[in-house]
Design a binder for this molecule. Structure first.
Ligand SMILES: Cc1ncc(COP(=O)(O)O)c(C=O)c1O
Length: 393
């Protein structure tokens, strides 16, 4: 019998642990009388091998400035080669305290104020501020919903690239919607970017959260010329629930681009990192694979459960079944509510804390994003609350 070794069913009390999802829910969503299913972290315990690694380091009892150990680098190289068939070299790996800071640094390093940068809406909203807050021009290349999947619009992309865009920022796999970009899609995008010299920022933070039978393909693994025009961001934070350790990496194969990026990193003086993040990242990438497979099996069951619940009891809400990520993009248009009323409905009637689709930009109207990285009982309770609220509409 194929038994799970990790108990993902256990309901852990997160309130009072200084986490945004539970402890700042009132501050951000205006109410705490709800089930929080918003911030993209998980209600599961971080893998025990990582916790043991951190405990062991604490025994040393001196927490001075760290230096990244060789295992930090080699574990990333091994992970990418073994699980994503991408050969990364040691020198290509740079540190960032987060993927969002990395995207912001890339904007600062490789573009000038007034430059156009393409984003594919609806998309993870910090991409918008990374562009606009540095005085760059945000150019939308909206994704198209085709047969229940968000797809790239290459014609529109080419028009925007031809009009002079300097950079495109993609989420690969995509948040929200969970599309795992295929080799063909990535190749088509890269062909356009190579033709017009558009630098590609490939945010691959969700790359290890892919459901069977889909397969993540690192953009930079497609060819040397594509790699030379790509900045990849990676992190163990989503896969292993380590977001509080602020540790991610940036992979740049081109030495000129790497130098430019490292100059910004050095100027901001944020390349140091922290001892716990450095060690946790190595432990995760070295020992975490089996745990991550158990996680995916559990999330996949949550998805199945949710799909069946919606199909049988709540057909007015349609789920865009994600190919990756624990974030479910819910099409709520049939409820007939405008976006303000939809947000109010979820919060005050269903008593669920979700992200309103409009946060993710154009294309998010009528959608809500729900985080299923919780024990099944919690998801069941949430869906029952939603069902009861829809009955009252
Ligand atoms: C696509 C994407 N990029 C980046 C992040 C966050 O990255 P970090 O916490 O490392 O800044 C998220 C979190 O949800 C995300 O979905």
């Amino acid at each position: 019998m194929n038994r799970m070794k990790v108990d993902f069913d256990e309901i852990l009390e997160r309130k009072g642990s200084n986490c945004i999802k539970y402890d700042a829910v009132k501050q951000f969503l205006g109410s705490d009388d709800l089930i929080p299913m918003w911030v993209a972290d998980m209600d599961f315990r971080t893998p025990s091998i990582i916790l043991e690694t951190l405990r062991e380091r604490l025994n040393h009892e001196v927490l001075g400035y760290p230096v990244r150990q060789e295992g930090f680098f080699s574990s990333i190289m091994d992970w990418e080669l073994n699980h994503h068939n991408w050969k990364v070299e040691r020198d290509w790996i740079m540190f960032s305290p987060g993927v969002v800071p990395a995207v912001n640094m890339a904007v600062l390093a490789f573009t000038e104020p007034g430059d156009s940068i393409i984003v594919q809406t609806p998309v993870y909203f910090p991409f918008f501020t990374a562009v606009k807050d540095h005085g760059r021009k945000l150019v939308h290349n909206p994704l198209e919903l085709k047969d229940g999947r968000l797809c790239m619009d290459f014609e529109d992309m080419e028009a925007k690239a031809a009009a002079g865009a300097k950079m495109i920022i993609i989420s690969s796999p995509h948040n929200p919607g969970g599309s795992v970009w295929t080799r063909e899609e990535l190749q088509k995008m890269a062909d356009i970017c190579l033709k017009y010299n558009v630098l590609m920022i490939s945010d691959e933070i969700h790359c290890d959260l892919v459901y069977d039978p889909y397969k993540h393909i690192p953009l930079a693994s497609l060819s040397e010329s594509i790699s030379a025009l790509t900045i990849t961001t990676l992190a163990p934070s989503k896969t292993f629930n380590l977001s509080g350790l602020s540790t991610s990496s940036v992979i740049i194969s081109d030495p000129v681009l790497r130098k430019k990026f490292s100059t910004v990193l050095d100027h901001l003086h944020i390349g140091g990192g922290n001892i716990f993040g450095n060690l946790a990242s190595e432990a995760a990438y070295t020992h975490g694979y089996e745990w991550s497979r158990e996680l995916m099996a559990y999330l996949s069951k949550n998805l199945d459960f949710m799909q069946e619940f919606l199909d049988s009891k709540l057909p007015s809400i349609k789920m865009i079944r994600p190919e990756a990520t624990f974030l479910v993009w819910l099409d709520c248009k049939e409820l007939g509510l405008n976006d303000r009323d939809l947000t109010d409905f979820f919060m005050h009637k269903a008593k669920l804390g979700l992200n309103p689709g409009i946060m993710f930009g154009p294309g998010g109207e009528g959608f809500m994003r729900l985080n299923i990285a919780c024990p099944k009982e919690v998801l069941k309770q949430a869906l029952e609350q939603l069902h009861a609220a829809v009955q009252q509409l």
